[in-house]
Design a protein around this ligand. Structure first.
Ligand code: NAD
Ligand code: IPM
Ligand code: MN
Length: 347
């Protein structure tokens, strides 16, 4: 058998360590000898220990790994409005930028067994299978910030090159349709975005249908007609907001995985879309399924293990079909019980 894949594990804060432990347990039991985890402090716990959310050593260890698996960072302990204080989220942004991961893939699928868990009507969500392609290293997240006592600003910048490369990821992922979401009726960055996406479509992907939807309208259509979307491509902050909204098609934010890619010479980053859920941390009731589905994305996109990825995804589906429900999905199962249910399904 080939050498085990070396995974840099960043459990982080809040429920992060709980779902990270579940993922390690699942991999050790269902895929023995295939992965080697090395854990690093990251986020709030790293601020406590090192004064910064991500040390140079941790970034270097991530760079050297075959993949990075992150659970979640942040929490009230480190919440501050003081721009000079470190924040856990800086680690996450620094890691994405530092690894050159500009393409964040967030698949959203209406799982038949979970139809009753979504606040949306079954006939609305039925058949939904969409992919949010979120630009991850540009826009307002990374522009210049200013702050005085009475004035603050966040600069939103996009270049043609940044838009073109994320557009290409979206067209490559699409079978027949791409929806580009922007705010071209107001924002200059969105007008450049639209121009570049149109140009890319005409020159390289004329066989794929392209539609443009303004972000406010897209937010509305995600809950009124989600199955009309196939691939949504959008800028950093719009993608952040729309993907949390889209999570409710599955019934819980605790179900949504993500893969961050874009650097062919380095590792990808795989993480649930949800945060550290401080309101339920330490109770053993966090839903680990978004983390497991992120492991499946790591198998597929990080290692090319398509069969293992599919097996893990169908084990999650199967456990849900058998009635597995954590509290966020309206049930009583704890993290350990949910983990065992998926492991059992993997045989
Ligand atoms: P959150 O996603 O942590 O929680 C939102 C709600 O969803 C909460 O009620 C929580 O209990 C629930 N929830 C989330 N994940 C769940 C799971 N796996 N199982 C069951 N319920 C779950 O969002 P928030 O409360 O806005 O943010 C909390 C902290 O997390 C903040 O500091 C934020 O910056 C951070 N955050 C981190 C990441 C990340 O590390 N990738 C992502 C989002 C938010
Ligand atoms: C996410 C999170 C992060 C983001 C935060 C924690 C920086 O919300 O991964 O969706 O906004 O990208
Ligand atoms: Mn988010």
């Amino acid at each position: 058998m080939s050498d085990p894949k070396r995974v840099a594990l960043l459990p982080g804060d809040g429920i992060g360590p709980e779902v990270a432990e579940a993922a390690v347990e699942l991999c050790a039991t269902a895929f023995p000898g295939r992965l080697e985890f090395e854990s690093h402090l990251f986020g709030g716990c790293s601020i406590d220990e090192n004064g910064t959310a991500m040390t140079d050593e941790t970034l270097a260890a991530c760079r050297e790994s075959d993949a990075v698996l992150l659970a979640a960072v942040g929490g009230p302990k480190w919440d501050t409005t003081d721009p000079d204080q470190p924040r856990p989220e800086q680690g996450l942004l620094g890691l994405r930028k530092g690894l050159g991961l500009f393409a964040n893939l967030r698949p959203v699928r209406a799982i038949p067994a979970l139809t009753d868990a979504s606040p949306l009507r079954p006939e609305v969500i039925e058949g939904t299978d969409l992919l949010v392609v979120r630009e991850l290293t540009g826009g307002i997240y990374f522009g210049e910030k200013t702050r005085t006592d009475d004035r603050a600003s966040d600069d939103c910048v996009y270049t043609r090159e940044e838009i073109e490369r994320i557009g290409r990821v979206a067209f490559e992922a699409a079978g027949s349709k791409v929806t580009s979401v922007d705010k071209a009726n107001v924002l200059e960055t969105s007008r450049l975005w639209r121009e570049v996406i149109v140009g890319l479509h005409e020159s390289e992907y004329p066989g794929i249908e392209l539609e443009h939807v303004l972000v406010d309208n897209a937010a509305m259509q995600l809950v009124s007609n989600p199955s009309s979307f196939e691939v949504i491509v959008t800028e950093n902050m719009f993608g952040d907001i729309l993907s949390d909204e889209a999570a409710m098609i599955t019934g819980s934010i605790g179900m949504l995985p993500s893969a961050s890619l874009g650097n062919p010479d380095g590792p990808g980053l795989f993480e649930p879309v949800h945060g550290s859920a401080p309101d339920i941390a330490g109770q053993g009731i966090a839903n680990p399924l978004a983390m497991f589905l992120s492991v499946a994305l790591m198998f597929r996109h990080g290692f090319g293990w398509t069969e293992e990825a599919a097996a893990l995804e169908s084990a999650v589906d199967g456990a849900l079909a058998d009635g597995l429900r954590t509290p966020d999905l309206g049930g009583q199962a704890g993290t350990v019980e949910a983990t065992q249910a998926v492991i059992e399904r993997l045989g």
